[in-house]
Write a protein that binds this ligand. Structure first.
Ligand code: NAP
Length: 253
């Protein structure tokens, strides 16, 4: 059986990606910090096809731990999906939460990718998907670090995808817009109000998985999201930043 790893695979977009991998006959190592959700998977998925690993991927020791555990499993697909958001002015938000976000989205996504990519290059075979966001394409006042870390993921993914383009390795960034998962609940205690253009995790995962298989470096699910990203190229950056601030305020205040 082929093997794969999905971080944050116990719910939302990650879980839908796990299901697609299983449909494709992959055994999936699901790394998540939510033990309750990992437990629920036992009823949801065929135990032959997955192994749940409880690990906090914002801890700096986690990439090496996961790699050591799985290095002999011949991992063919790595999906760096675990992530969360935070809302508020940067001078007021909680540094501990932000440090975890930077470690999870930036440091550990990079480290885990490096560890598994080296083996994929040796074997000249592998696929890596990093979950970015439409947030990656512009600055995001009131969610500054989330937008900035997702921009890092996008640029990093595009660059390394270029470096391996002569090999049998696909590296792809999935950039979803708003998707109905537990994500918004973790952003802020203030509920989000804008419910326009919300996609479902099944569609988002399908779109990204298809793009990974087709070796597309960037995938943006949804025509409206594609249009928003395109608009960034036409409008002055200062105006775009003002618009994002306006939307963020309307969404949470
Ligand atoms: N939903 C959206 O609107 C949206 C839009 C664009 C991009 N994205 C991106 O999509 C990815 C998946 O998010 P989602 O929407 O599917 O949210 P989700 O339903 O909250 O799923 C994220 C999963 O990752 C886990 N996780 C969070 N921090 C972790 C850590 N430090 N170590 C291990 N696992 C961790 C979560 O566990 P807990 O339950 O304990 O938090 C959860 O199981 C994220 O990278 C997110 O930034 C989401």
């Amino acid at each position: 059986m082929k093997t794969s790893v999905v971080t944050g695979g116990a719910s939302g977009i990650g879980l839908e990606l796990v299901k697609l991998l299983i449909e494709d006959n992959y055994k999936v190592f699901i790394v998540d910090n939510n033990s309750e959700n990992l437990k629920k998977l036992e009823k949801l998925l065929n135990p032959k096809y997955f192994v749940g690993i409880k690990e906090d991927m914002s801890s700096l020791s986690s990439p090496k731990k996961i790699y050591r555990k799985l290095k002999d499993e011949n991992i063919e697909v790595l999906i760096n999906n675990a992530g969360f958001g935070d809302y508020g002015k940067f001078y007021k938000t909680d540094w501990e939460k932000e440090e975890k976000m930077i470690n999870l989205h930036v440091v550990n996504t990079t480290h885990l990718t490096k560890l598994f990519l080296k083996d994929m290059v040796k074997k000249n075979n592998g696929k890596i998907m990093n979950i970015s966001s439409v947030a990656a394409f512009q600055p995001g006042p009131l969610m500054s670090l989330y937008y900035a870390t997702k921009a890092y993921i996008l640029h990093f993914t595009e660059a390394i995808a270029n470096e391996v383009k002569d090999k049998n390795i696909c590296i792809s960034a999935l950039c979803p817009g708003q998707t109905k998962t537990n994500f918004q609940k973790n952003v802020s205690s203030k509920q989000n109000k804008i419910m326009f253009n919300v996609s479902c995790p099944v569609k988002v995962a399908r779109y990204g998985y298809r793009a990974l298989k087709a070796n597309e470096t960037i995938s943006i699910p949804g025509n409206f999201n594609k249009f928003l990203v395109f608009l960034n190229r036409l409008l002055p950056r200062l105006l775009v930043t003002k618009i994002v601030r306006y939307i963020q305020e309307k969404n949470r205040n």
